[in-house]
Each structure stands twice: as structure tokens, then as C-alpha cells.
Design a protein around this ligand. Structure first.
Ligand SMILES: Nc1nc2c(ncn2[C@@H]2O[C@H](COP(=O)(O)OP(=O)(O)OP(=O)(O)O)[C@@H](O)[C@H]2O)c(=O)[nH]1
Ligand SMILES: [Mg+2]
Ligand SMILES: [Zn+2]
Length: 299
């Protein structure tokens, strides 16, 4: 992360995510598209930030979850104190809170990494045994980009580098679909975990040490997740459960939900129903901060 000098002595800085050299005035990294503001902030702090990645399939609820998590942190929930590092860190949180207040879910995250929201926060627990400051970088990735990288590794280098550099990861899984008996959430989570297993390339007998929180999203549809998320995963996402048991040393299971109730609006042209849009009737946050709290205690 130190400034480096190219042959013509132009000062350059190394990207926080992929380590490639960029000119000092670059806005995004020329190699992986991560914002260079992350590096300038880290240089100013003199510390290497901890990356927390939030991953999961498209439409699982990553943007909603991360937006509300950042908002709870900046509102000092659970004795956390969080300071955003720059206005770009607040965009996701503001977008999610503003859309949900006007009873809309946020838009789908675009696939291009330079259009993702990268939140960078300094956070600490004001009480308790660990009260040191953490410099957290939490990008809001697009599920479709994750799917493309898993299907064809090296398509999105930024994702691979991000996961390799993460101090902790949250894997979001659609509990509502899993409770309905759909196998898709289990298969996507299985692919995601096997991708992580492959990039760390540990020996077979050695488990992956990075802490991973498995978060059951949309648990408002299946409240039994809140009673025992571990049992829900074992019963309804059994392929994922088995891989976690075999290959990962530090896993915990959580349930969360961002809405109290959802209505559905159908619409279209000429009397035909072309779409059905979910409308969040009211925000009711449950289990949002607990996975983060666990990760912070384990990184
Ligand atoms: N019932 C319920 N639905 C939710 C909740 N959170 C998100 N959703 C639904 O899930 C949809 C997708 O949420 P997003 O946060 O945009 O999903 P994402 O994972 O960011 O998707 P990509 O940006 O495509 O990767 C929303 O439009 C809602 O319909 C929740 O807590 N409860
Ligand atoms: Mg999104
Ligand atoms: Zn880069």
C-alpha cells in the first residue's frame, strides 16, 4: 500500500484489492476496478483495513442487508460506534433507507465493479473486551458477477482478490426459497463455498480458517429460522451444511429479516399482467447485526 515510483518517477499507489500499481490520481484501479479512494484512506490512516465481504446469489437480499447493517452501525446499535470514511461510503445506506421509506426495494446492483458501492467505515464496540478500532471495507457486490466468476473463474478478478483478502465473509442464503423446498439456494451456496475452498488451496486435511457467517435472509417468510438457524440449514440446505462441516473451521449460522410484511403489486399494459412487484409495507429489522458482531469477535 506504500506509494511506489514507476520508471519515469510518476508517483503510483498500489490497489488495496489486487496490489497492481495505479497512478496517484486514478479514481478506480485499472486492473480490478476497486475504487482507489480506499487506498488513499488507508494510507492516511497508516493501517491495512479489514475486508468483510457479503456474498450470495442475485436477489438474495445483499444490498438490503448491507444497507441496513451500515445504517444500524452508524446509529450505534449494540454499542457499536462507526464512522464513514468519505461520502462514497454512505451512498448504499442512504439509498436503501430512502427506498424502503418510500416502500420500494432498492434496484438490482449493476454488474460492473466500478458501479458497486464500496463502504469504508471505522468501527469499534464502545464496550466489551474488544474495543479496538477496525477499518472495515464492505463492498456491495452484484450477485450476477459472483455467479459469472464462479462459473468461469478469473472473469471478475476483483471478486477472487476480494475473497482472498477478506478477514471475514457473510454468505447470504434465501431462506424463503429453501423453506419452499427449492434446491437452488443450496446449490448456489454450495458452489460459492467450494469456490472459496478452491481459491485458498489448503491441504485436504487442513480446514479453511477464515470465519464465515451463513445468513438466512428473508426469514420473515419462515420464522422457524430464528429459533434454530443451524437446524434449518442442516435440514433444508444439507449440501451446504455438509461442505461447511468438512472444509471450514469457523462457521456460524444466523437468521435475518429486514421487513415486517410485504405486499405484491401486479401490473402491465392493456390488462395483461407483465410483472408482480414486491412492496415492503414496513421495515422491521431482525438479526441484522448479530452475524457482523460474531465476525468482528472472530477476525
Ligand atoms: N421478505 C423479504 N424480502 C426481502 C428481504 N430483503 C430483500 N428482499 C427481497 O429480495 C429482493 C432483492 O434484494 P436485494 O438486496 O436487491 O438483492 P441483492 O442480493 O443485492 O441482488 P443483486 O443486486 O442482484 O445481487 C428485494 O427486491 C426484495 O424483494 C427481506 O428481509 N424480507
Ligand atoms: Mg444488490
Ligand atoms: Zn485493483
Amino acid at each position: 500500500m506504500k506509494p511506489v515510483f514507476s520508471t519515469n518517477q510518476q508517483p503510483q499507489v498500489r490497489c488495496l484489492i489486487c496490489d497492481s500499481a495505479n497512478s496517484q490520481d486514478a479514481v478506480v484501479c485499472g486492473e480490478c476496478s476497486a475504487p482507489m479512494a480506499l487506498v488513499h484512506d488507508a494510507l492516511a490512516q497508516g493501517r491495512v483495513p479489514q475486508i468483510v465481504s457479503v456474498i450470495g446469489e442475485s436477489n438474495v437480499g445483499k444490498s438490503v442487508y448491507l444497507g441496513f447493517l451500515l445504517d444500524m452501525l452508524s446509529r450505534r446499535a449494540h454499542d457499536f460506534e462507526a464512522i464513514p470514511r468519505g461520502a462514497y461510503s454512505i451512498d448504499l445506506q442512504q439509498n436503501v433507507v430512502a427506498s424502503m421509506t418510500s416502500r420500494r426495494f432498492p434496484e438490482k446492483t449493476p454488474m460492473e465493479p466500478d458501479r458497486w458501492n464500496w463502504a469504508c467505515y471505522q468501527a469499534r464496540r464502545s464496550t466489551g473486551r474488544k474495543s479496538r478500532w477496525y477499518d472495515l471495507v464492505m463492498p456491495d457486490l452484484a450477485g450476477e458477477s459472483l455467479a459469472a466468476e464462479i462459473a468461469s473463474p478469473h472473469t471478475f478478478r476483483v471478486i477472487r482478490n476480494l475473497l482472498l483478502k477478506s478477514s471475514g465473509t457473510m454468505l447470504l442464503v434465501d431462506a424463503a426459497l429453501a423453506a419452499d423446498g427449492e434446491s437452488r439456494p443450496d446449490f448456489f451456496a454450495l458452489k460459492m463455498m467450494s469456490y472459496i475452498d478452491s481459491i485458498f488451496q489448503t491441504r485436504r486435511e487442513q480446514k479453511i480458517a477464515i470465519p464465515i457467517a451463513i445468513v438466512l435472509c428473508k426469514s420473515d417468510h419462515c420464522p422457524e429460522c430464528f429459533d434454530n438457524p443451524r437446524r434449518f440449514v442442516q435440514a433444508n440446505l444439507n449440501r451446504l451444511w455438509n461442505l461447511c462441516e468438512s472444509r471450514f473451521a469457523s462457521i456460524e449460522y444466523f437468521a435475518c429479516s429486514a421487513v415486517g410484511s410485504v405486499a405484491y403489486v401486479a401490473g402491465g399494459d392493456g390488462g395483461e399482467v407483465d410483472y408482480v412487484r414486491p412492496v415492503p409495507l414496513h421495515t422491521s429489522l431482525q438479526g441484522i447485526i448479530e452475524p457482523f458482531e460474531w465476525l468482528i469477535d472472530n477476525i
